[in-house]
Design a protein around this ligand. Structure first.
Ligand code: ADP
Ligand code: MG
Length: 262
């Protein structure tokens, strides 16, 4: 039967085939409490978002993951630093304290520091094919968009631009089997409840919202003392769980309980 121009026949697979494909997907172990939240490591084809308030430890988490991945011989990391907070000395400190070779680690982390959203988008096009990164990091994914698209009337174009950026990261992760981690800063309300950024509210853009663009999102909050809590939020794959951690000279490390004093 001739197909209409707007029709395409999708591939049909059995659930068994899908399960077998699923089992072939590799996971990147980060050796941090993050692994336990998402099934033992980051799937090689997925994008994870880490969000939380300023100073909560988002950058420290991605530094720790970058150093771990870069400690392996082919562990190249592509790091897009949108907030100008990349600190090679801190990476070196984490590497030294973890017993990695600091020079090798520093040599395998490739950093782009975009000045505006055009450079941020261009940074994706500049991801090297050789050596292909094992991990893509975008630290502060919304910061430059927020700085450039100001006011309510810019909200919709801002959302669309951000959504395009996120879709490109998702495509890159899926097509090249390179896991990606993005971090996103949110702002607290005066009463302490987290403020959901405007970009995340139910303002549909072509039937989608940013909120739904990413599958696995991890919310970080401060607990007592220097303890932080990482919580997996609204995942379609894994149970909602929390893991406490602390920021130390080794980067991030598991912590006892959630409410303990140091
Ligand atoms: P975010 O990216 O979420 O804004 P950061 O990742 O920059 O936050 O985390 C800042 C926190 O990390 C601060 O509480 C700071 O004390 C802590 N921190 C930074 N460097 C170190 C270190 N070398 N040892 C212990 N804690 C550190
Ligand atoms: Mg940061």
């Amino acid at each position: 039967m001739p197909k209409k121009a707007e029709e395409k026949i999708p591939e049909i697979k059995t659930a068994k085939q899908l399960l077998e494909e699923e089992q072939k997907i590799k996971r990147l172990k980060t050796d941090t409490p993050i692994d336990e939240l998402i099934g033992g490591g980051i799937r090689e084809d997925e994008v994870i978002e880490i969000y939380g308030e300023y100073g909560v430890g988002k950058t420290q988490i991605v530094f720790t993951l970058a150093a771990k991945v870069a400690s392996e011989p082919d562990g190249h990391v592509y790091f897009i630093d949108c907030e100008n907070t990349f600190r090679p000395e801190r990476i070196k400190q984490i590497a030294q304290n973890k017993g990695y070779n600091p020079t090798e680690v520093l040599t395998r982390i490739h950093v782009a520091q975009p000045k505006d959203t055009k450079e941020q988008i261009g940074a994706l096009a500049a991801i090297p094919k050789e050596p292909k990164p094992k991990l893509l990091i975008v630290d502060g994914v919304t910061t430059l968009f927020r700085a450039e698209y100001i006011g309510r009337e810019q909200l919709s174009p801002k959302q669309q631009a951000l959504l395009r950026f996120l879709r490109r990261i998702k495509e890159y992760a899926r097509e090249t089997k390179t896991p990606a981690i993005i971090t996103n800063q949110i702002y607290a309300n005066p009463d302490g409840t987290p403020f959901i950024p405007l970009e995340y509210r139910e303002l549909a853009v072509g039937g989608h919202t940013l909120y739904h663009a990413i599958n696995n999102r991890i919310f970080i909050r401060k607990a007592k003392g220097t303890t932080r809590i990482a919580r997996l939020v609204d995942s379609s794959e894994y149970p909602q769980q929390e893991r406490p951690f602390k920021i130390t000279e080794k980067g991030i490390e598991p912590a006892e309980g959630g409410e303990t004093h140091e």
